[in-house]
Design a protein around this ligand. Structure first.
Ligand code: NAP
Length: 554
């Protein structure tokens, strides 16, 4: 289609020209590259990491595993060949397996020749006259591209807590989301971990088994459900592969992108004995089904929610031998309204002699010192400190990228009060910029590889439409973002999610504005995307091709 000079060759005059730049080489960015190649576009992918894989490259902490219905459903779904060629071995694949899978896909689809790793995009600026983005990187590249695709990850901007003295700690200190490449040795060490979200809960049992002593600093007690990880039955995998198109259709049409038919029963229609039996069956099996396959109203009705919360609390009391510790571990929010956690022996870990729990609600952290953590109750000497303190989720990485749109307006300025998008895919004032798993998409509450595929395919088709109609720029029309924001808030308001402080609402980052960041419509959202496309990209405004874009295409 357009000229395809060698990218990454800085020029004193015009930067090398591409059709598209993709930022991020995780599930979304890799598939976006594949899709845009189908259109014949010249594309370059930049990623800061040392390998492809996005979140699965960064999150190398011990215990990291898929928490969604995993193998063989958490993968690229578009190609039956890929589904047949990769053998998942466990129901909840671990981080090395997912990373190996993504490397396999990068080779199988010949993606690497257009992916530049260890390269952070440091600036992106839109030129209105040229209808193009200029992108600069940490390695000195300066390229120009008509389209900018941000596949920067929903959980990639690490939250390093503002604790006095943190930088003074003299031992090893790691954030779970920026885990080092080298093997981390816990043997004989006194390890402290701050944070008990999914990352902390996955890491804690593993670290407890291999360290001299583990101190868990907990602010909010969490509900954790047994992951039930087990080897995949080859006969089951064969069966799934044989009907893959049907399985994919089922996933696309389901609320969370999983191949299960959601329950239509209310938790309040069953007797306590019936509920107990059903919850127990799912607890023994493990996985998120306990919240999603049992009753339809767990996330919609506080009384229904309480029945499951009480069941899990009773489990904690039964598992944890010391009743004082058990009470400290007792969650008190609506179950499932923070990300439901899958664990492998989390509560049991607190029965170990080498594990202690510090309840930060009654004994808050005062400072990190060179030799440990000082809480109001005293000093906790440590050799290693792990920050499992989460992320500036969904919007953080985009704001760190901080592209400059029309009139030089930065994204931080545009989103200073609230973030706004149209369909979670595009932002007014930032023409030709698309997001994958952006704010106000189903992202983290849908099967993420599948959601990324559906969004990348929509972007491919949209760019194809622009090219076909000789249009040079596209962005949301006036007013559509406000309406979209209202729709996202309206869908969320029918659920219990907004009632809890969580990273879905922005409440985990001090000073971040509160705004629900996920479209909870699941499959309805993706139907909406298709409808918008079918109506000629309804809600978007377009511009004819500029001379620069026309020249680029000839
Ligand atoms: P998170 O859920 O946000 O948990 C962060 C933890 O750090 C919370 O316990 C939080 O306490 C605590 N914390 C934060 N700042 C603190 C401070 N200044 N002092 C003390 N405690 C502090 O982060 P995460 O565990 O990394 O998980 C984030 C998301 O990533 C998950 O919800 C999940 O969607 C995804 N994830 C997925 C997997 C998987 O698929 N297997 C694994 C890991 C993560 P509060 O609750 O009181 O704020």
């Amino acid at each position: 289609m357009s000229q395809n000079p060698t990218p990454g060759q800085p020029s004193a005059t015009a930067p090398p020209s591409l059709d598209a730049v993709v930022i991020g080489a995780g599930f979304g960015g890799m598939y976006a590259l594949h899709c845009l190649r189908e259109l014949g576009l010249s594309v370059r992918v930049f990623d800061d990491a040392v390998s492809v894989g996005g979140t699965w490259s960064w999150n190398r902490y011990p215990g990291a595993r898929v928490d969604f219905p995993g193998g063989p459903f958490y993968c690229y779904t578009f190609s039956e060949d890929l589904v047949r060629e990769w053998d998942w071995t466990e129901t909840q694949p671990d981080q090395p397996s997912v990373l190996a899978y993504l490397n396999f896909v990068a080779d199988r689809l010949d993606l690497r020749r257009d992916i530049q790793l260890q390269t952070r995009v440091t600036a992106a600026q839109y030129d209105e006259a040229a209808q193009r983005w200029t992108i600069q990187t940490s390695t000195g590249d300066r390229v120009s591209a008509q389209f900018l695709l941000c596949a920067v990850g929903t959980l990639s901007a690490a939250n390093r807590p503002d604790i006095p003295g943190l930088d003074s700690f003299a031992g090893e200190c790691f954030h779970t989301g920026h885990w080092p490449q080298h093997k981390v040795d816990f043997a004989g060490k006194r390890v402290g971990i701050i944070g008990t979200g999914s990352s902390g809960v996955q890491a804690i049992p593993v670290i407890a088994r291999s360290s001299a002593h583990l101190t868990v600093f907990q602010r909010t007690p969490q509900y954790a459900i047994p992951a039930g990880n087990r080897p995949l039955d080859p006969a089951f995998v064969r069966q799934i592969r044989d009907i893959w198109p049907q399985i994919r259709r089922q996933m696309v049409q389901s609320p969370f992108g999983a191949p299960f038919v959601p329950s239509t029963c209310s938790a309040l229609d069953d007797t306590p004995q019936q509920r107990q039996a059903l919850y127990e069956k799912h607890w023994q099996k493990g996985g998120l089904g306990i919240a999603f396959d049992t009753y339809h109203d767990i996330l919609f009705n506080a009384d229904a929610n309480r029945t499951l919360a009480d069941f899990v609390c009773a489990k904690i009391r039964r598992i944890v031998r010391d009743p004082v510790i058990a009470e400290k571990l007792m969650p008190d929010y609506l179950i499932g309204t923070k990300r439901l956690i899958l664990d492998e022996g989390y509560y049991e870990t607190f029965n170990r002699d080498n594990v202690s729990l510090v309840d930060l609600r009654e004994d808050p952290i005062e400072a990190v010192t060179p030799t440990g953590v000082r809480t109001r109750g005293g000093e906790h000497p440590l050799d290693m400190l792990i920050l499992a303190t989460g992320y500036d989720a969904i919007t953080g990485a985009l704001q760190n990228l901080n592209p400059r749109g029309r009139g030089g307006l930065t994204l931080k300025e545009a989103w200073a009060e609230r973030f706004s998008t149209y369909l979670g895919m595009a932002i007014r004032g930032f023409p030709n910029l698309f997001m994958i798993h952006g704010p106000q998409t189903p992202s983290v509450l849908f099967n993420m590889p599948l959601g990324a595929e559906l969004e990348a395919e929509w972007i491919r088709d949209c760019i194809g439409y622009l090219r076909e109609h000789r249009l040079g720029a596209i962005e949301p029309a006036p007013g559509v973002e406000a309406a979209w924001g209202e729709e996202v808030a309206e869908v969320a308001s029918h659920t219990l999610f907004p009632l809890t402080d969580s990273w879905y609402t922005g409440a985990n980052i001090p000073g971040k504005h509160r705004q629900f960041a996920v479209h909870l419509g699941g499959s309805q959202y993706f139907q909406r995307l298709s409808d918008v496309a079918a109506r000629g990209y309804e809600g978007f405004q377009v511009e004819p091709e500029s001379v620069a874009v026309s020249a680029q295409r000839t």
